[in-house]
Design a protein around this ligand. Structure first.
Ligand SMILES: [Zn+2]
Length: 406
């Protein structure tokens, strides 16, 4: 790869620093759909192999994730700034072809990528979290022989999915069965994250669950809750008609518009609704467990205000700031994060990786028209605009299709 040049979309400047140079607030709305973002398509050498047990991967399809849009659009928290290195090529939802022999995997193997850049890919002895299989909790994501980067797609040394080439460590590679088409294989990483979320939520048999949001994260969480938990009623808060159709297809029992969520949940859970002097109404009573799959203030607010005392709320989207935590204190809610993937235990079975469970879900779930919109790399602006407005446009997943130019 280093001998030839390849094309890659690249984030070349720090977003916050870039924004600071642009005082006009009128540029901000446009930035969320990225025309002004410090992103560019470049032709250049591919990343070099960082060490043994690494190989080159040529992406076929590479998804656009909400966390990519937040990072590229400059709306993610500055908390994450030390966890990336510039310039980087985004893209961590990847199906591609291996271009080198890597241990037991031979050239030409079709693979999906576990993007976490933890102890083992960094050439370090595993930390306690990595030893336990909870690699999302690794503390060493800024050290070792790679530049800082919590995942492939945020690291200057590995390349990322929005390109014609990246490098990956053997521990990141999962071979794809021949009968799993690319359009489903590219969903394995987001499905693995959704499975992790469903098992962090861990509803008991028959419990009422609330899923706020019906973009890809919310929809896949519904699928995972149905496949791997015994949740009872699953209520989904969704804005758009196609999201509601898909949520129902994936196992939701109740669909509510955002503005009617609290009223609808009051009825279905027979809770009491209170209206504070300011802010949104809330329930005394409510669902046993809720998950915010959007990452906006209003979505998390709904999750906190609709969960019964002693219940559990999972943060799946990148969390917003400025949320009123009164219900957490007063209702003694358990609020937990769900980041990436790990080793999962389903109903007391032996532990399995989220990716191995996701490979099965990708094959069996009714996902046929979920990966619809593929863009070549040179149309990256259009692709990001589409992804930023996917819900309204009736799209679940937008991806780059790098096959077209091969
Ligand atoms: Zn570690």
């Amino acid at each position: 790869m280093s001998a030839s040049t390849l094309r890659k979309v690249e984030v070349y400047r720090s977003l916050p620093r870039y924004l600071a140079t642009r005082v006009l607030s009128t540029t901000l709305p446009a930035l969320s759909s990225t025309p002004a973002a410090p992103l560019r398509l470049v032709h250049g050498p591919g990343p070099r192999l960082p060490g043994p047990r690494w190989g080159r991967v040529r992406p076929r399809l590479s998804g656009i994730c909400g966390s990519d849009l937040s990072t590229v659009g400059g709306t993610s928290s500055l908390y994450f700034s030390p966890l990336v290195s510039l310039p980087f090529t985004p893209g961590h939802e990847i199906v591609g072809d291996l271009l080198d022999d890597v241990d037991d995997l031979s050239v030409g193997t079709r693979v999906v990528l576990d993007p976490l850049l933890t102890c083992v890919p960094r050439g370090l002895d595993p930390c306690a979290a990595c030893r336990d299989g909870a690699c999302g909790r690794c503390d060493r994501i800024t050290v070792g022989h790679l530049a800082p980067g919590l995942q492939t797609g945020f690291c200057a040394d590995t390349g990322g999915g929005w390109s014609e080439g990246l490098v990956a460590h053997r521990s990141q590679l999962h071979p794809v069965p021949d009968d799993l088409p690319d359009e489903r294989a590219v969903l394995v990483e987001p499905l693995a994250c959704a499975i992790h979320t469903a098992l962090r939520l861990a509803p008991k048999a028959g419990e009422d669950v609330l899923v706020v949001g019906a973009g890809a994260v919310g929809l896949f969480t519904v699928l995972a809750l149905r496949a791997f938990t015994l949740a009872g009623r699953i209520t989904v808060v969704a804005k758009h008609p196609r999201q509601k159709d898909l949520a129902r297809r994936f196992g939701a029992t109740d669909l509510l518009d955002p503005q009617e969520a609290i009223a609808g949940l009051r009825r279905s859970t027979r809770a009491m609704r209170l209206q504070p002097e300011q802010g949104s109404p809330y329930l005394l009573g409510g669902v046993a467990a809720a998950v915010d799959c959007v990452g906006t203030r209003s979505a998390l607010d709904t999750a906190l205000r609709a969960t019964r005392a002693g219940g559990r709320v999972v943060l799946s989207g990148m969390p917003p700031s400025g949320v009123d935590l009164s219900p957490v204190w007063f209702r003694e809610l358990e609020v937990v994060g769900s980041y990436a993937t790990g080793l999962e235990r389903v109903n007391g079975d032996r532990a399995r990786s989220s990716f191995s469970l996701a490979m099965e879900l990708a094959r069996e779930a009714p996902l046929d028209d979920v990966t619809q919109s593929g863009y070549p790399l040179e149309r990256w602006r259009e692709a990001l605009e589409h992804a930023g407005d996917a819900g309204r446009l009736g799209t679940v997943k937008v991806h780059f299709d790098v096959r077209e130019n091969s």
